[in-house]
Design a protein. Structure first.
Length: 508
């Protein structure tokens, strides 16, 4: 008798909705992002049957090579970086639908070749395919590509949708972000533009909305009356690697805080939207950003700390400091660590300090949000051997292990009244008996669906830069060496100066 495989009831509702036939065009198709993230994500969508039944991929990059060579490149990238070993049948079927154009992004021939291939694929199928242009290039090419697409009429397609996906960094400051918005919006409508932040594709980030608004236990407590403070951390144990050219012009504030951490803050702090449509959710996120008062120039030193990693020990071996990294100027003042204190000045959050910190070469890799509730008013459990009553904490683990934990106070078994914190934990891998999809899988699929909920809108990007710009301006007038912290440590001791009395950073 055949064994009937039992289904996990927690996986119900995870199936993918049908997607209109789509041609995905990747500019920068041989770059690091395409190799490590995009191509593996597209394969995994194919493996799960989530891609549209009719799907094509066109890669565009400067190197000249025939289609077959690009297919070999894609195969190698998928085999090396996919979260699951590729199935040959699925992989071969996907590779058959790949084409390649070799030309510079400012070369008219690139767009003529692209238009001819896209038209040929439409004619072959007998239907107009939606087109998604993914800009996995250096930011300097964003406007160049968008304008070239518009000049050749590739920004519209009768009977189908055309969308533009733009990777970060979206601007270098508020002025450049506004200029880039104007350039893209001169060709594409806002509804066509998808500004991607891969943090928003992570399951824990999306689950914050469900956790808050789908559980009666949390929402009544989600305000200044019950929450004492919030800490949002994005720590990495690695250095800058081969990214010196980019990172030394960017730094931790631009690279992580302006986009990733402020996005996490808005989702954590937003009011319930009227509906979970893209614009209603983004309306509420923008309101949060507008409620954050940027630090005044004189307050930056009291609310923000920056530092650089020095030589130390990471992963059991000695590593150089930031100023000794290849490609970094010996007098660089670029921060590899930043911590800051913000507040959301509205009815729900007034008076609640929200701390952000991000850095490289720290003790371990972790991205988490820690929501600490106010302590109970009567501390009666003080017997010897007891850790005592500590405030409850809700920890949302974004990476590397996605999940949620809640700390409670419980009695230690025995005759005496001794207490200590215990943890209730939810992990995606064990609860759903499957590996969480990579963030790019969800986000690429959403671009093909036309769902912009997890993507930043133009006003949202500009509002985030409005918070960061005064800090950058104050730093531009500061002088002197930056504080140092040893690689592999908890970060600079100076970071504690921005905390309110009695508070400490969560250990990494």
């Amino acid at each position: 008798m055949a064994t009937v495989e039992q289904e996990n009831p927690l996986t119900e509702g995870l199936e993918r909705a049908p997607v209109h036939p789509t041609t995905l065009i990747i500019f920068g198709a041989t770059g690091d992002l395409a190799q490590r993230k995009l191509l593996p994500a597209i394969y995994n969508l194919a493996h799960e049957g989530a891609l549209p039944e009719r799907f094509n991929l066109i890669g565009i990059a400067r190197s000249e090579q025939p289609d077959d060579e690009y297919r070999d490149f894609a195969r190698e990238a998928i085999e090396k970086h996919s979260r699951r070993p590729p199935d040959e049948t699925v992989l071969n079927s996907l590779l058959e639908r790949m084409r390649y154009v070799g030309a510079s992004f400012d070369d008219p021939a690139a767009y003529e070749g692209l238009a001819n291939i896209a038209r040929e694929l439409d004619d072959e199928a007998g239907v107009p395919f939606n087109r998604v242009f993914y800009l996995a290039t250096a930011p300097s090419f964003f406007e160049t590509i968008a304008r070239a697409l518009g000049e050749r009429g590739l920004d519209r397609r009768e009977g189908a949708e055309v969308r533009l996906v733009v990777e970060k960094p979206f601007g270098h400051d508020l002025a450049s972000a506004r200029e880039l918005n104007r350039g893209l919006l001169s060709v594409f409508d806002e509804r066509q533009i998808f500004r991607i932040d891969h943090y928003l594709g992570k399951e824990t980030v999306q689950n914050m909305l469900v956790l808050r608004f789908g559980n009666g236990i949390f929402e009544p407590l989600w305000n200044r009356s019950y929450i004492d403070n919030v800490q949002i951390t994005a720590a990495e144990d690695i250095g800058i690697g081969t990214r010196a050219e980019y990172y030394d012009r960017s730094g931790a504030l631009r690279d992580i805080v302006q986009n990733h951490l402020l996005q996490l803050l808005t989702i954590l702090s937003m009011e319930p939207p009227v509906s979970f449509s893209a614009d209603e959710v983004r309306n509420e996120k923008v309101k949060v950003l507008h409620a954050i008062k940027p630090p005044e120039p004189d307050d930056v030193s009291k609310r923000v700390v920056r530092a650089q990693y020095a030589a130390g020990v990471a992963e059991g071996k000695e590593v150089p400091g930031y100023l000794e990294e290849q490609g970094v100027a010996t007098d660089s003042e670029t921060e590899t660590f930043v911590s800051l204190r913000l507040g959301v000045d509205n009815w729900r959050w007034a008076g609640v300090p929200i701390y952000l910190r991000a850095g490289k070469r720290l003790a371990r890799r972790v991205t988490e949000i820690a929501v600490t509730l106010k302590p109970v008013p009567h501390l009666a459990f003080q017997q010897s051997g007891s850790l005592g009553v500590q405030p409850n904490q809700l920890i949302l683990n974004v990476q590397p292990n996605e999940g949620v934990s809640l700390s409670l106070v419980a009695k230690i078994p025995g005759a005496r009244m001794r207490v200590r914190p215990v943890h209730m934990e939810f992990a995606y891998g064990t609860s759903f008996m499957s590996q969480s999809p990579e963030a790019y899988e969800r986000l690429i699929l959403d671009t093909m669906r036309g769902d912009a909920t997890l993507f930043a809108r133009d006003d949202e990007v500009e509002a985030a830069w409005g918070i960061v710009d005064p800090i950058l301006e104050a730093w531009s007038h500061a002088s002197g060496p930056l504080p140092q912290y040893a690689a592999g440590s908890q970060g600079p001791s100076e970071a504690g100066a921005i905390l309110e009395p009695g508070m400490e950073w969560r250990p990494l």
